[in-house]
Design a protein around this ligand. Structure first.
Ligand SMILES: [Zn+2]
Length: 275
């Protein structure tokens, strides 16, 4: 199954942020993937967050049609960055199923790794993006100015661009990233009535050719899902709830949003060529 719509015209989705190697999916990953496909989520980019996890993501992506992955070190794991890890990432980016460098960036909200380690690891991975010719899959939390400065410096060498995944901020930050040339990934954060206001204000201003959608499963279960799931674990099958919220904010149909995101995402990650 592939293409923008199935025979009945139901929307097809690409989840650009599926953490399918998470422990939370250990027991029933095949069912999770089957449920996603049944819900029209026929393409997924599996997130790699450290060297071992990226290798695992690649193993999964190479075992199945419709799956690709990223290779990188998340800012939470930045202290684990080393020449050996970087060499592993270099090798991973040579594989056709690996379609982006990341998840990488800066997280000054939780500071699980010291900030100087985060900055070093991010710098190394921006250089890897330039070297590999792959797009960047970026994470930023409470670090907008430092992050934007580093990205701006690296930008001329990032030939395939970058997506700021799980973008949660408002119109001003969106404009900074869009001006630079970035794409933005929108998750179920947009469905959160408690903390999604800034993002909801930004969503209508994102050009369709820069907008991608993601679940960030198993995290960020959309709060609009009805009936409420029995568990808080998010799954890629819930993509349409993100798409619906985005469509409402943009005054577009859910089909339009799905189709546009499909085209944008397939082009950004060059999915027709690889995997
Ligand atoms: Zn993230």
């Amino acid at each position: 199954m592939d293409g923008e719509q199935d025979d009945a015209g139901a929307p097809r989705w690409i989840d650009i942020g599926a953490n399918l190697t998470s422990n939370q999916f250990k027991g029933d990953l095949n069912e999770v993937i089957a449920r996603a496909e049944a819900a029209g989520v026929t393409r997924m980019v599996v997130t790699g967050t450290d060297a071992a996890g990226s290798a695992e993501a690649l193993k999964l992506a190479s075992s199945m049609q419709g799956l690709w992955c990223t290779a990188g070190v998340h800012p939470h794991h930045a202290s684990g960055m080393s020449p050996a890890v970087l060499a592993e990432l270099d090798a991973l980016t040579a594989r056709p199923e690996v379609v982006a460098v990341g998840e990488c960036g800066l997280d000054f909200n939780r500071d699980y790794s010291p900030r100087e380690d985060q900055i070093t690891a991010f710098e190394r991975q921006l250089a890897l993006g330039a070297r590999s010719g792959l797009p960047m899959f970026l994470h930023q939390r409470d670090a907008h100015d430092v992050f934007l400065g580093m990205l701006r410096d690296a930008w001329p060498d990032l030939r395939a661009g970058a997506v700021v995944h799980c973008f949660t901020e408002g119109p001003r930050e969106a404009e900074d990233y869009l001006d630079l040339g970035c794409h933005l990934g929108v998750t179920g954060w947009v469905c959160d009535e408690r903390r999604g206001d800034a993002l909801r204000a930004a969503v209508p201003s994102i050009p369709g050719d820069r907008l991608m959608l993601e679940t960030d499963a198993p995290y960020l279960l959309p709060r609009t899902i009805e009936p409420r799931p029995a568990t808080r674990r998010n799954e890629p099958m819930h993509m349409a709830w993100v798409g619906r919220a985005v469509a409402e904010l943009r005054g577009e149909s859910i089909e339009e949003v799905a189709k546009r995101a499909w085209i944008t995402t397939s082009a950004f990650f060059d999915l027709e060529a690889s995997g």
